[in-house]
Design a protein around this ligand. Structure first.
Ligand SMILES: Cc1cc2nc3c(=O)[nH]c(=O)nc-3n(C[C@H](O)[C@H](O)[C@H](O)COP(=O)(O)O)c2cc1C
Ligand code: SF4
Length: 373
């Protein structure tokens, strides 16, 4: 029987908890990992305290350590360990670490997170083909790849089944409207076939087969331009378990970056203030049009001193700027000399608020929208 409209609306009037394996997530929102230093223990713990998944970024977490330039490996492992422990002191909620595949210290970061018994590792910016290799038997850490297409997800699943006899514990499906690096080629950014509306049904259809065959639920979280509670609701109605949100969490008191960094997002007033440039990582990068970004777009080349070759794919002989330096500059407040990653809807951030207030607002947007179905 088709439920009566009112009953249907009530069932969707508030966000429901979901499970990733044995892990219960009270609020189906993952705060996206944001490097460098934008989401550390402060933001992650605040989101986890609200019932969502709080994510610590593992991109150069050691950038404030005194030996960062001289002992890159150790400094980053120590800092990640400390951030996980700090977040655990601040919250009993669910915590994740986001580890980009393109990092040269990917293995160090994964080993450290698993040793610290992190709840979830989320991994993108490349295909996380060998992620399960690092998870020892008995570890309860959940492994979640980020993908842009059903095809990429299928490649990962086949490799995981063949090599490690496991499936992803959940999946983040990210569109090319997200803040930061995009998992597709520059010429494909914004193309309809890569939008969530087109990709989500394909990903769900692909997973249905594996879920039945292996009797395992694989929740899908949508990401990229998912800004409001109404957006989340739309994708939950389409079959997603929840959403991963990045940019909207930047303008919170708890976000770990400098005040000047947060205020830069408030200055963006229209979609034209957000652009996609080529990153030295070799992927398109969606950012605010800061002074630095305008200069790069005009063809300027910034001086590069590559101290630690942090990215496999960065050809620093050819790159026009050092993305690591630009990200550290921005997060520490030197926005005119830096890069501020932003999703396509970043210009809608119009106030700095607490994570609690923001989550309450998202919940309200979610339930308000249900009354119009
Ligand atoms: C400032 C910033 C930094 C980010 N850094 C990373 C990162 O280090 N690794 C990653 O996988 N995604 C990164 N992302 C993407 C987010 O985790 C998230 O998936 C994305 O922001 C979702 O799109 P939205 O910004 O439109 O909400 C970053 C996004 C932003 C805005
Ligand atoms: S030049 Fe490239 S590899 Fe070297 S530190 Fe900068 S971003 Fe990392």
């Amino acid at each position: 029987m088709i439920p009566h409209k009112k009953v249907f609306n009530e069932a969707l009037s508030s966000m429901k908890s979901i499970k990733i394996g044995d892990l219960k997530i009270a609020l189906p929102i993952i705060q996206g990992g944001m490097g460098i230093g934008v989401s550390l223990s402060g933001l992650a713990a605040a989101v986890a305290n609200e019932g969502g998944v709080g994510t610590i970024s593992a991109v150069a977490p050691g950038f404030r350590e005194p030996d960062f330039l001289t002992n890159f490996r150790e400094a980053n492992m120590r800092a990640l360990r400390n951030e996980i422990r700090k977040a655990r002191e601040l919250s009993k909620g669910v915590l994740a670490v986001n580890i980009m595949v393109a990092l040269t210290n990917f293995a160090d970061m994964v080993h450290t997170a698993i040793k610290e018994k992190i709840d979830i590792i989320i991994s993108g910016a490349g295909l996380a083909l060998n992620l399960p290799e690092y998870r020892p038997a008995g570890s309860k850490t959940k492994l979640v790849p980020i993908v842009s297409t059903d095809r990429a997800l299928n490649v990962i699943i086949r490799k995981w089944l063949k090599g490690y006899e496991c499936l992803p514990d959940a999946v983040v499906l990210e569109s090319s409207y997200s803040g930061g690096h995009q998992g597709i080629k520059m010429e494909d950014v914004g193309k309809e076939e890569f939008n969530l509306d087109q990709q989500l049904p394909k990903v769900l259809a692909l997973l249905e087969g594996y879920e039945k065959e292996y009797n395992q639920k694989i929740p899908v979280f949508v990401a990229g331009g998912v800004q409001t509670g109404a957006d989340i609701r739309k994708y939950i109605q389409m079959g997603a378990a929840g959403a991963q949100i990045g940019t909207r969490f930047i303008t919170t008191n708890e976000c770990d970056a400098a005040q000047e960094f947060k205020e830069e997002y408030l200055k963006a007033k229209s979609p034209d203030d957000i652009v996609v440039i080529q990153s030295p990582v070799g992927l398109p990068l969606r950012v605010l049009k800061t002074k630095f970004v305008k200069e790069i777009m005009a063809g300027e080349k910034k001086p590069i001193a590559c101290y630690f070759k942090c990215l496999h794919t960065c050809d620093y002989h050819k790159a026009s700027f050092c993305i690591a330096r630009a990200l550290v500059n921005a997060q520490s407040g030197l926005v005119d000399e830096g890069v501020c990653c932003s999703g396509v809807n970043g210009y809608l951030n119009n106030e700095i608020t607490s994570v609690h207030e923001l989550i309450e607002k998202i919940k309200q947007e979610y339930s308000e929208d249900s009354s119009s179905v």
